[in-house]
Design a protein around this ligand. Structure first.
Ligand code: ATP
Ligand code: MG
Ligand code: FE
Length: 334
């Protein structure tokens, strides 16, 4: 089964062609990072306009690199949501156009499910599994009994962890996206500053807004006292607090829910300290951990194609009436 997939939920215009949810025939990503860097974050208006400019070339390149015609694919998968409405629309329209012109079935995909399914590119998913989803817009601990089920055990009550990384990076003037910059700056540094530990309602829930304001207040306090903030120590302290929160909740969940695999998913899965902590936490446990390679942590279309392959096997096709849905829920049918 060959799936052509399109992704445009945020600031990456992407198209990929993947065989049987495993074999990448092509995977093209055009990122808008250089443009958004100037504004310190993603401007939705600018993002959708850039998608319009890039999407055709990206699709053409993916088809060319796969050395085939759109005629040869079995279905067109696309990210329907969640994401920025104007950005999503561009990918949805492109997918519908291809599906109509080449008479192929359409497969709408949930972006976060795609982040999780990215792991199938490097290993076979073994259900039941737990996925720690840590991205720019989401922070969730997900239990999947099988490829079709999706239970959110816990999630952030406020900001996403990637959002907090980006915000703290802005405070430190490190540039956008902030995650990789903080990751690098914090390497080998002792987290000596005391920041507020997150408080949550649900057992497996997460929270990052208190930590985010904690960082802002810490910087203010230091300034008023006329003391220097050491950026690397602040980065390390923020990261230590954020990742301890994530790892504590994840371990509670894996203690309560027996699984075969524990996966990371989403942009923050690229974080070197998080990956180190995962290795350490599971070194003496029976669950297998799966750490996606860096190139498939952030947004791409190969992961959408993998999710599309699993949906294809379930014959979970969409319709031409379905449109982009910024706040799409995982089990939403229409
Ligand atoms: P969502 O997937 O929730 O819709 P998104 O698509 O914008 O949001 P992703 O592309 O999955 O998010 O991830 C981008 C986020 O990952 C950004 O917040 C970025 O700072 C963060 N990120 C990327 N690399 C790292 C890293 N090495 N350490 C920490 N964070 C990182
Ligand atoms: Mg992105
Ligand atoms: Fe994403």
């Amino acid at each position: 089964v060959i799936i052509l997939a399109i992704e445009s939920s945020c600031d990456e215009s992407a198209c990929a062609i993947v065989k049987n949810g495993k074999e990448i025939l092509s995977n093209v990503v055009a990122t808008q990072i250089e443009v958004h860097e100037k504004f310190g974050g993603v401007l939705p208006e600018v993002a959708s306009r850039l998608h319009v400019e890039k999407i055709s070339a990206v699709i053409e390149e993916a088809v060319e690199k796969a050395n085939m015609s759109v005629d040869d694919v079995d279905a067109i998968a696309y990210t329907r949501g969640p994401g920025l409405i104007g950005s999503l629309h561009v990918g949805v329209q492109a997918a519908k156009t291809l599906a109509w012109a080449y008479k192929k079935p359409l497969i709408p995909i949930h972006h976060i499910k795609a982040h999780i399914f990215a792991n199938n590119l490097i290993t076979d998913l073994k259900f039941p599994l737990i996925s720690l989803v840590v991205s720019g817009g989401h922070s969730e601990i997900v239990y999947m009994k099988d490829a079709d089920s999706y239970d959110i055990l816990g999630q952030t009550q406020d900001d996403a962890i990637g959002e907090a990384y980006d915000k703290v990076a802005r405070v430190l003037d490190l540039g956008y996206p902030g995650g990789p910059k903080i990751d690098n700056l914090a390497k080998g540094i002792e987290p000596q500053y005391t920041l507020p530990k997150p408080k949550t309602e649900g057992t497996y829930d997460l929270s990052f807004s208190g930590l985010k304001s904690g960082v802002l207040q810490f910087v203010d306090r230091m300034k008023r006292k006329g003391e220097e903030v050491e950026p690397a120590i602040l980065a390390a302290s923020f990261q230590d607090t954020a990742l301890s929160e994530v790892m504590d909740k994840l371990m509670l969940a894996v203690d309560d829910y027996p699984v075969n695999q524990v996966l990371l998913a989403g942009g923050v899965a690229a974080n070197s300290e998080l990956r180190k902590r995962m290795e350490a936490a599971f070194a003496n446990r029976k669950e297998e951990i799966v750490l996606p390679p860096l190139w498939c942590c952030t947004d791409n279309a190969a992961m959408v194609a993998v999710a599309g392959y699993f949906a294809y096997k379930q014959q979970a096709f969409g319709t031409f009436e379905q449109s982009a849905k910024p706040s799409l829920r995982v089990n939403e049918k229409n």
